[in-house]
Design a protein around this ligand. Structure first.
Ligand code: HH2
Length: 281
């Protein structure tokens, strides 16, 4: 069998996201985009109504809810097979999104942003992604420093997992994410990707989000986020090889294709078969 993986397609219903801000603020455009990503093979659709790019200002809950909930409702109503995820750190938004059909809460503050969030996740029995972030989006990229970034991120994710469990979140519902680009300099992002297996060893499914991020621009000279697909694919393939399970990306079709090939090559047992069932060479 090839290695299992899930692709999480990003649907930003925001005016200011770093790579696609404003493109899907209109609900029609956001729904169409979500359905397109589902058709491209997204296993999860991650809806966000607040940018967390470096320097971003917080959005009031009411506005965030107004942006994402109708879109989730309509995508759920369209009967897509993909799991629906809400990218928020506000309990009120998470609750409304769950009501509309979301079954995964992707919280970049790892349940620290809102004291009610853990209870909402536990009570509704939904999945939860706990992400590492140093500081907050407004200030996180001002000279981030770590002694050992991988050890610190691993300890943080372990501590947040213990917190979630203590609050009643079921063990099998928890995913963890090193938070690439969240309070990290280039060398920190690279070290986290290089030693991702150490986070995988923690035993929870690992989510990675490298898609179009600025460290890829630093490495390739690509100033435009939308031009960073090659770097996105390279990092996702390496992350899969190092044991990551969920890949959060803007460009679902090409990344899914690359991961399908990578997933087949990391397994020793899997061999392709023709439609008649015979092995090809
Ligand atoms: N990255 C972003 C947002 N949410 N969630 C998880 N779990 N992991 C990530 O790496 C992650 C995330 C930033 O990307 P994007 O949503 O495209 O941009 P913005 O925050 O500007 O809307």
């Amino acid at each position: 069998m090839p290695r299992d993986f899930r692709v999480m397609g990003v649907v930003n219903v925001t005016p200011d996201s770093f790579s696609d801000g404003g493109r899907f603020l209109d609900p029609e455009a956001a729904v169409a985009h979500a359905l397109r990503l589902a058709a491209e093979g997204a296993d999860i659709l991650d809806f966000g109504g607040e940018s967390t790019r470096p320097g971003a200002e917080p959005v009031p809950a009411e506005e965030e809810r107004r942006r994402v909930v109708p879109v989730i409702e309509r995508v759920a109503g369209a009967g897509v097979a993909a799991q629906l995820s809400i990218d928020t750190s506000k309990a009120e938004v998470a609750e409304a999104a769950i009501g509309a059909g979301a079954t995964l809460v992707n919280d970049v503050t790892a349940l620290r942003g809102d004291p009610r969030m853990a209870a909402v996740v536990a009570e509704h029995g939904v999945d939860c992604c706990l992400m590492h972030m140093r500081g907050e989006p407004r200030t996180m990229q001002i000279e981030p420093r770590y002694d050992d970034v991988v050890a610190e991120v691993a300890a943080f994710l372990e501590e947040r997992t213990a917190f979630a469990l203590a609050q009643g979140v079921a063990e099998e519902r928890i995913l963890v994410d090193p938070g690439i680009g969240f309070g990290k300099a280039l060398e920190h992002n690279l070290e986290l990707l290089r030693r991702l297996d150490e986070l995988v060893a923690g035993g929870r499914p690992v989510v990675v989000g490298t898609s179009r991020k600025s460290f890829l621009g630093l490495l390739t000279g690509r100033a435009e986020p939308a031009d960073r697909l090659a770097g996105t694919i390279a990092t996702n393939v390496l992350a899969l090889e190092r044991g990551a399970s969920v890949f959060r990306v803007h460009d679902v079709a090409p990344v899914r294709e690359a991961l399908a090939v990578a997933a087949a090559t990391v397994s020793e047992r899997w061999t392709p078969t023709t439609s008649s069932g015979t092995t090809t060479s």
